[in-house]
Design a binder for this molecule. Structure first.
Ligand code: ZN
Ligand code: ZN
Length: 281
């Protein structure tokens, strides 16, 4: 008899979120036999998108710390969590880069898997404003109220801000109140990037969750643990014209987080000279 694709068969997994991420993460996990239970853990202590609490470790450490905190709080053997990084793209800072990780821990199997997705489509915008300004164009541009807003003081004081604004009434109230206490009488209105208020981020989280589920459906050829998948890229594919090493992959390395099995698959094609620093400087 062939082993089932995954060993879970309806097993519970804890998802630590207060931002509705189950809508993106639960459906793909159900496809590999994992039933998501939301744990309303305050994940803000791991760092906040609005910047009041800076993130302590790397994104990967943080997503796994959240997954572990969730499974401990729920008393389960399995936890899942997501962690996003949003900011200017290092190579081209006019672009906003959204990098979403979804991490999974199964303490019974000794399994730790992180998958990722990225996008340049995530909406990030801000505008300075005062009471009476016409905000129609800005609000249409960011797709309010599907995309939520934050109102901060215009004088840069971070002490008072209103988050999670999703109605015009909330926006007008916040505008009136925050501009009233700001020394310059202005506010900064900006997109609230927390997942439940940011549809464009949610699309990327869903993509990462789908990749996680696909990976959990693959078993290690050596120990048959689920979660076999990409460990690293190995750049240096030779140029077709001159043979120099390019930045393209010449191999990918896949592996197992439990037994340490590694499988290196070389890329057999050669690089287009367009990608070569010597042929196409
Ligand atoms: Zn293995
Ligand atoms: Zn070349």
């Amino acid at each position: 008899m062939e082993a089932p694709i995954t060993p879970w068969n309806g097993a519970p997994v804890a998802l630590a979120t207060r931002h509705g991420k189950e809508r993106e993460i639960a459906p793909p996990l159900l496809g590999v036999g994992l039933v998501t239970h939301v744990v309303a853990l305050d994940t803000d202590r791991f760092g906040t998108f609005t910047g009041e609490v800076p993130r302590q470790g790397s994104a990967r450490e943080t997503v796994l710390a959240k997954a572990r905190a969730g499974l401990v709080a729920a008393g389960f053997s399995r936890g899942v969590a997501s962690e996003g990084t949003l900011g200017p793209y290092p190579d081209l800072p006019v672009l906003t880069y959204d990098h979403e990780l979804v991490g999974f821990v199964d303490v019974e199997l000794g399994l730790v898997v992180v998958e990722e997705a990225m996008s340049f489509e995530t909406v990030v915008a801000s505008i300075r404003s005062r009471v009476g300004d016409d905000l129609g164009r800005f609000l249409r541009h960011i797709d309010f109220p599907a995309q939520g807003l934050i109102v901060r003081r215009g004088d840069g004081d971070l002490g008072e801000l209103v988050k999670g604004i999703v109605t015009l009434e909330q926006l007008n109230d916040a505008l009136a109140r925050i501009s009233g206490i700001s020394t310059d009488g202005e506010v900064v209105i900006e997109t609230d990037q927390r997942a439940h208020l940011c549809p464009t981020r949610r699309t990327v989280i869903r993509e990462a969750a789908v990749r996680l589920a696909q990976r959990l459906a693959r078993r290690c050829p050596s120990c048959s643990c689920p979660g076999f998948g990409l460990l690293e890229h190995e750049p240096g594919l030779p140029c077709q014209a001159c043979g120099a090493e390019t930045s393209l992959d010449r191999a990918v390395v896949e592996g197992c987080s439990r037994c340490g099995e590694r499988v290196r698959t070389p890329i057999t094609s050669l690089a287009d000279p367009m990608q070569c620093a010597f042929c196409n400087p």
